[in-house]
Design a protein. Structure first.
Length: 233
């Protein structure tokens, strides 16, 4: 981990994983979202959040609003903000109907709430968000690099331009979201991203960092050979 300088935020909703990872020095913060919470069968958002906040009081953690209505989003954001001082409020760039959240982001940001603008996919969207965020307060812009890459587009180009445009604002951090592989950490670090969110499935692969490739080649062949014994030729 000595070659990793970018801030790593663990992304997930498993309480056991969150608490275990909180013990690791290389984990600088946490993020979660409704989809991940659904996978963990979370039934009570507030109860889930308070269990985490009881033990994680200083590292930044992002919780997302769950409404599609902007008035309700605002109400939820303001309540979530009261739960702890280390919370960032995740607001999607648009709601499910494609209506931009910029007015809400501007209002909450001007009121001093720490915003994590999520589901950002284009450089144009980054520029639009940057226009409305209050530069006096800490804010994140989460660019969904993994999902962008799924479309066959190189996300590094978008993120590198985003990092450059934000350089003069010390409080605005560009976050590489939806990490797909360990190598994404080094890609994000190379172009100057401040943060990368990494799911538990990828964090578990950190043990492979620096592994000798010749040794790994032999281990892989052994793995296939053992599997082949169970298959009739």
């Amino acid at each position: 981990m000595k070659n990793i300088r970018i801030n790593i935020f663990a992304d997930g909703a498993s309480l056991n994983e969150i608490f275990n990872l909180n013990k690791q020095k290389y984990i600088s913060g946490f993020t979660t979202n409704p989809s991940l919470m659904l996978q963990e069968n979370i039934k009570n958002y507030k109860k889930f959040a308070f269990k985490i906040l009881k033990r994680i009081k200083h590292k930044p953690i992002s919780f997302e609003v769950i409404s599609d209505n902007f008035l309700e989003m605002e109400k939820q954001a303001r309540e979530i903000n009261t739960w702890s001082k280390n919370i960032f409020i995740k607001i999607p760039f648009t709601n499910s109907k494609g209506k931009k959240s910029l007015n809400l982001i501007k209002k909450l940001s001007n009121d001093g709430l720490k915003i994590n603008v999520t589901s950002v996919f284009t450089y144009q969207q980054v520029k639009e968000v940057l226009k409305v965020l209050n530069k006096k307060y800490d804010n994140y812009i989460s660019v969904f690099a993994g999902r962008i890459a799924d479309t066959g587009i190189n996300p590094s180009i978008i993120l590198e331009k985003s990092v450059k445009i934000c350089k003069k604002y010390n409080k605005i951090k560009i976050l590489w979201a939806s990490c797909r592989e360990v190598y994404n950490i080094f890609e994000a670090q190379k172009i100057g991203c401040h943060i990368i969110t990494v799911p538990y499935s990828i964090i578990k692969k950190f043990k492979l960092l620096g592994k000798n490739l010749n040794k790994y080649s032999i281990e892989t062949s052994k793995e296939f050979y053992i599997a082949s014994k169970k298959i009739n030729f």
